[in-house]
Design a protein around this ligand. Sequence first.
Ligand code: ZN
Length: 195
Amino acid sequence: MSNFEWNKGFTIDFSLLTGLSTKAESSKRYLSKVASMFYDTEAAAKMIEADDELVYEFYELGAPENAGDLAIGSSILYPGKVGDEYFMTKGHFHTILETAETYYCLQGRGGMILENPEGDYSFHELTPGVAIYVPQRYAHRSINTGSETLVTFFAFRGDAGHDYGTIETKGYRKLVVDRGGVPTLIDNPKWEGTV
Ligand code: ZN
C-alpha cells in the first residue's frame, strides 16, 4: 500500500481510522481465527457457533521496511469476553527483538500486558490520553476491559517485523480475566513455556 508520501511527509487523521477511512484496508481478526488464545475453548466454540464476532482489526499503513522509517497504524479492539476472559489481541514480539514501540490510547479502556523471554511481565492500564512505552525484548498484547472499543495508535521502527509465532506456540504466562467486574491477572493454564 503506498497511499502515503513516506519520502516527502504527510498527515493523517487517525480519528478516521476507527473504521471509517477509505484510505486503507484493515486486517480483521474474527473469533474463529483467534479462539485458541483464550483459555475457555468451550465458551469460544459456543460463541463462534452463535456468531463469529470480529474481535479486533488494525491498520498498518505500509511504511517502508527500513530502520530509519516508522511503521505506524492503529489497533481497534472491540469489547467482549470469552467466558470471563476479556477480548484481546494475539500479541507479538518483534522479529528484531531489540525493538521498542509506543502506543497512544485514543478511545476506550483497557490495558497492555508486556512479557519478555526471561519471564518478566507487567500489566499497564490504558485510557484516552495515556501513552505506553513498550521496551525492547517485550511481547505486547492489548486487552479491552471496558464496554467501548479500545483504539490505540502505534509507532515502531520500520524494519522490526512481527513475530506472532512464539506467542501462538507458547501462549502468554498471564491472562486478564473479569473477577466481579475487576480486571485480574491469573496464570495461563495453557502456557507451554519452560522459563
Ligand atoms: Zn509491536
